[in-house]
Ligand binder design. Structure first.
Ligand code: ADP
Ligand code: TZD
Ligand code: MG
Length: 579
């Protein structure tokens, strides 16, 4: 039988003169200003979580580590300080790591702290309790990974993790703390000497002046320029600088999904509904905290071969990633935009006077068509996605400070198209990886980090990934309303099983499921709605209540098409079977 001996026998500290590693970690977190931690406890971190609460840090206990991680990531994105996730060893670590990896891909700052079992039996593969070489597994998926073996290294390790998460391009950081280290005992007087106040945790990174000049020259000479705003700009809180730049130059802007609201979607210079025109006609595109990845190619439009790019980004390795960048400007966005604004008086813009009016005319035509589409859907019974969104839109317009969380396929795409954002950092979605299973976690992270109300609009499939953590919303009495678009399936509920053996099709869920009952189970105010009137009344009441609420929106099973707007990414299409 494999040995399960402990190399360092646990030693009880004699309070108050002695402390343990887990005490040092909790204290170090508080001294760094961490005010919330998201996680799920068990051996070896349960007592640590109690100490975290004792330090006055809010501990939000979840039902699944992935959701705790999504909450930490969203907390990091909204506050520009690392969100913190706590997991147990082995599967708890792996469950949480999915969110830490997703945070890294999306440039959200977070730290996953995981207990791990002691080193020696792991290295000899002796089958110890929850033994897994967690550090090696985490490394390729995160921005940085560290292991702490000695309690005296904890404050330094935490500062390193913090700096790694927020400096340069933000990302997920893994901090592995072994069980012996968590339990190791030190004299309190010695431990107290370990803490220090780090200086300048997220230094500004001003751009090179010649890079700014090169960019300004290109922009000033452009006939049809556009500023493409990404979630890096939302994260950097540069809405003030972007507003000034846009107003002083008259250059139109186009936001990526989570950058909606950095500048108002409906502003006179918003080219939000002219994406294809912008991509095919713009001669100079300024990427402000946005990457030229899959979201800006293929089915999402095609850049003209002549388009020249100015890229404002903190990560030098991003430059030339998919297209040659004529004018890279490397630095933090605040410094870059301040420098550009300062140089503005030296340049004269040569924008084509017809460029903005043509985009405005297109915007107007599209808005009329869109209103007609919502109007036509009004009387659909059962409701379809557009009927529901037509009812939701005026309610969300009346509550602009509510944070919107959004995932699904059609539920994602149609909601993004319908709901205008007027405030920055108010839209959080499945983002760069387009993953399902961020909903409840992100809603919780957003509510805890900001104290604001949240509405999560979820496809029925998307909700299923994180649904149990609706109970966390209820236990913590958060002002979160979950709206489920139930069309009975992944994309829709009319998939056909090609074998006729009676099993549901791969995409089929349950169009008759009553998600409102799930809300009731945890004490939330719950609604089952079948008409747009019921939906808008329920949503209005739910937001006003500032309490947990669940709205099951009954849609038709045939509402929605395969993969929403990104069906073109499927290798083979069975569109003849589904809608
Ligand atoms: P979107 O999906 O909205 O296009 P991405 O996540 O693809 O946005 O891109 C965000 C970009 O923003 C990344 O390339 C990242 O390096 C950059 N970024 C993040 N924070 C900052 C900052 N403070 N200053 C400059 N660039 C930043
Ligand atoms: N698993 C994970 C983690 N991420 C994914 N993106 C998918 C599976 C595949 N997938 C999508 O890309 S969208 C989606 C899945 C399962 C759900 C779509 O159904 P929905 O929304 O009910 O959430 P609509 O309104 O029915 O389209
Ligand atoms: Mg669905």
């Amino acid at each position: 039988m494999a040995t399960t001996t402990t190399t360092t026998p646990p030693q009880a500290p004699s309070y108050p003169n002695q402390v343990t590693g887990m005490y040092i970690l909790a204290r170090a977190l508080r001294l760094l200003g961490i005010d919330a931690m998201y996680g799920l406890v068990g051996i070896p971190v349960t007592d640590f979580a109690y100490l975290v609460q004792e330090e006055g840090i809010r501990f939000v206990g979840f039902r699944h580590e992935q959701q705790a991680g999504m909450a930490a990531a969203t907390h990091g994105y909204l506050t520009r300080t690392p969100g913190v996730l706590l997991t147990v060893s082995s599967l708890g670590f792996l469950n949480g790591l999915t969110a830490t990896a997703n945070a890294t891909v999306n440039c959200y700052p977070m730290i996953q702290i995981s207990g791990s079992s002691e080193r020696e039996p792991i290295d000899l593969n002796q089958g110890n309790y929850e033994a897994l070489d967690q550090l090696s597994i985490a490394k390729p998926l995160v921005k940085a990974a560290y292991r702490v073996n000695r309690p005296e290294d904890i404050p330094t390790a935490l500062v390193r993790a913090y700096r790694s998460a927020i400096s340069g391009r933000p990302g997920g950081v893994y901090l592995d703390i072994t069980t012996p280290c968590l339990g190791a005992v030190m004299d309190k007087a010695e431990a107290d000497k370990l803490f220090f106040t780090p200086v300048d945790m997220c230094p500004s990174m001003p751009p090179a002046p010649e890079a700014v000049d090169r960019a300004m020259e290109l922009i000033a000479g452009a006939k049809k320029p556009v500023i493409l705003i990404g979630k890096g700009a939302a994260y950097a809180c540069v809405e003030g600088q972007l507003k000034e730049l846009v107003e002083k130059t008259g250059i139109p802007y186009l936001p990526m999904s989570m950058a909606k609201g950095v500048l108002p979607d409906g502003g006179p210079l918003s080219a939000l509904s002219c994406r294809s025109t912008v991509m095919s006609q713009a001669d100079v595109v300024v990427l402000a905290g946005a990457r030229l990845n899959w979201l800006l190619s293929r089915g999402h439009g095609k850049w003209s071969p002549d388009t020249k790019f100015v890229q404002l980004d903190i990560a030098p390795e991003e430059i030339d990633c998919n297209r040659p960048i004529a004018a890279p400007v490397i630095g933090d966005l605040t410094s870059i935009l301040n420098a550009m604004i300062e140089r503005l008086p030296d340049y004269k813009m040569s924008m084509d006077p017809q460029w903005v009016p043509s985009l405005q005319a297109e915007t107007k035509t599209k808005a009329v068509k869109f209103a007609e589409r919502l109007d036509a859907a009004k009387s659909a019974s059962p409701m379809n996605h557009w009927t529901a969104l037509g009812a939701i839109k005026p309610v969300m317009d009346a509550n602009p400070d509510v944070i919107l969380v959004n995932e699904g396929a059609n539920t994602l795409d149609d909601t993004r198209d319908t709901l205008e954002m007027t405030m920055p950092r108010h839209r959080i979605d499945c983002a760069t990886w387009a993953i399902m299973g961020m909903g409840m976690g992100s809603a919780i992270g957003a509510a805890v980090a900001t104290g604001k109300s949240v509405v999560a609009i979820e496809g029925d499939s998307a909700f299923g990934f994180s649904g149990m953590d609706f109970s966390t919303i209820c236990r913590f009495k958060l002002p979160v309303t979950v709206v489920i678009f139930n069309n009975g399936g992944i994309y829709n509920g009319i998939g056909v099983n090609l074998s006729n053996n009676g099993d549901p099709a791969p995409t089929t869920l349950d169009v008759n499921a009553r998600y409102d009952k799930l809300g009731e189970a945890f004490g939330a105010k719950s609604y089952y709605v079948t008409t747009p009137e019921e939906l808008s009344a329920a949503l209005t009441e739910a937001i006003a209540s500032k309490a947990p609420a669940m709205i099951d929106v009954q849609l038709a099973a045939d509402s929605g098409k395969e993969s929403g707007h990104i069906g073109y990414l499927n290798p083979e299409s069975l569109q003849h079977i589904t809608v």
